[in-house]
Design a protein around this ligand. Structure first.
Ligand code: ARG
Length: 432
């Protein structure tokens, strides 16, 4: 009798290789592996060989780079997607896409279950589980590492016993890479005070002393050209990543709050994401009103949280996307970035939708801003603050000042303030 099938999201790494063997031997399932290419730059022929050598009955490779960039990274750029203001969400964005592709294969293959190699300690299990459940309701989800409470050391021991090949890197760090960035975890960098050694990084040049410039053009919130050359989004991300990385830009090192409550020390390399989001955010400040900006900041933060916490499938995420898209219509223009030894600074921006008007802002002669209008505005702007101060003036020093201010102030409210202040003084005298 033919065995039931399980579709496993397979990266070729230690966790998912160990999973193939466990699914085969413990669950007695035929394992179909799916590797989704989100720009991780792996040797996919080798991965297929490895999957089959470990025991997969079938392997499926899906090139999803463009879809990843178009449907996941671009919305994140528009939302200035940074979790806790720092993490550009590279892994978080790829997980729902990988899960969706695994569901597609499971449907096509008539598989009874889906599987992933996540542990029970991280965020990835949440992203996989929820997308799989949302898109394939009722399907069984098997997560062998989580289910059996395996640690990395046990996995390495098991892999050795079972002749499952392990890469040298796997012994040192746990790495997740895609087009939008690279996450490095484990090993000596679990010590939060220990500076990540150079061997933790792959894309960032830490020895370039020169400074350099990068121009990015946006249309409706989407980066469309770099250094004057129009490129499709995948090429553009690669170009910006290479260039920013060559000036040492893109390292993020922070303490992150995982969904499951654990604080973790996270180290990322994401030169393209850091440069593009910084440029995008700067351009928004030029073209959006301050009201749009302050509200969008809240929306961006909520959007990033949904993406991070595995709620990509929640309707709120697509609701927020509609708002964000509406704000991006005028986010077109050019941003100039300067990079030097790992730092990055926007040094110029221009847009046909700019709300920055030099003839208004200038301190030089010829300004079209009528200063005489400002006096009345300032009086109204501070009205409540001034009254509140008068009412709470209680120290001897403040009473004196309030009184003095009251006497020299001839506005309609000053009479009242003065009486208030005098009464306060009396009260003060009584208690003293
Ligand atoms: N902390 C990041 C996140 O939750 C990165 C996770 C990296 N995942 C991994 N399997 N190494 O998105």
């Amino acid at each position: 009798m033919a065995k039931d099938k399980v579709v496993l999201a397979y990266s070729g790494g230690l966790d998912t290789s160990v999973c193939i063997r466990y699914l085969q031997t413990l669950h007695k399932l035929d394992v179909i592996t799916v590797t989704v290419d989100c720009g991780q730059d792996d040797d996919f022929v080798e991965i297929e060989k490895k999957a089959k050598a470990v025991g997969a009955v079938k392997h499926v490779y899906i090139d999803a780079k463009e879809e990843f960039a178009r449907d996941y990274i671009i919305p994140s750029i528009k939302a200035n997607g940074l979790y806790q203001g720092k993490y550009p969400l590279a892994t978080a964005l790829a997980r729902p896409l990988i899960a969706a592709k695994a569901v597609q294969v499971a449907t096509a293959e008539g598989a009874k279950a889906l599987a992933h190699g996540c542990t029970g300690k991280g965020n990835d299990q949440i992203r996989f589980d929820i997308t799989m459940r949302a898109l394939a309701p009722g399907i069984q989800i098997i997560a062998p590492i989580r289910d059996m409470n395996l640690t990395r050391d046990v996995e390495i021991k098991f892999a050795k016993e079972q002749n499952i090949p392990i890469s040298v890197e796997a012994k040192k760090y746990s790495i997740d890479l895609n087009l939008w960035g690279r996450a490095v975890e484990g090993g000596n960098i679990e010590d939060a005070f220990f500076e990540p050694p150079e061997d933790a990084f792959q894309f960032v040049n830490l020895h370039n002393d020169k400074a350099g410039y990068l121009d990015i053009d946006f249309e409706a919130g989407v980066p469309v050209a770099a250094d004057g050359k129009r490129m499709d989004i995948v090429d553009l991300i690669q170009y910006v990543g290479d260039k920013a990385g060559s000036f040492g830009v893109g390292i993020v090192d922070h303490i992150e709050d995982r969904v499951v409550g654990i604080k973790s020390r996270e180290v990322y390399e994401a030169p393209a994401a850091i440069a593009i989001i910084e440029a995008h955010r700067d351009l928004e400040k030029m073209v959006l009103t301050k009201h749009e900006l302050s509200f969008k900041r809240l929306v961006d933060e909520q959007w990033s949280w949904l993406a991070y916490s595995g709620l990509w499938q929640d309707p709120l995420r697509s609701d927020l996307d509609k708002f964000i898209d509406a704000t991006q219509i005028r986010v077109s223009g050019k941003v100039k970035i300067k990079m030097h030894r790992g730092s990055l600074r926007v040094v110029g921006r221009e847009s046909r939708y700019s709300l920055y008007k030099n003839d208004l802002a200038t301190y030089a002669a010829g300004s079209t801003f009528d200063q005489t209008l400002a006096k009345g505005f300032v009086e109204l702007w501070g009205l409540q603050s001034v009254i509140a101060n008068a009412l709470t003036a209680s120290s001897y020093h403040n009473q004196d000042r309030t009184l003095a201010a009251g006497q020299s102030n001839r506005s309609a409210t000053s009479g009242e303030n003065q009486t208030m202040a005098k009464r306060k003084i009396k009260e003060g005298e009584r208690t003293r």
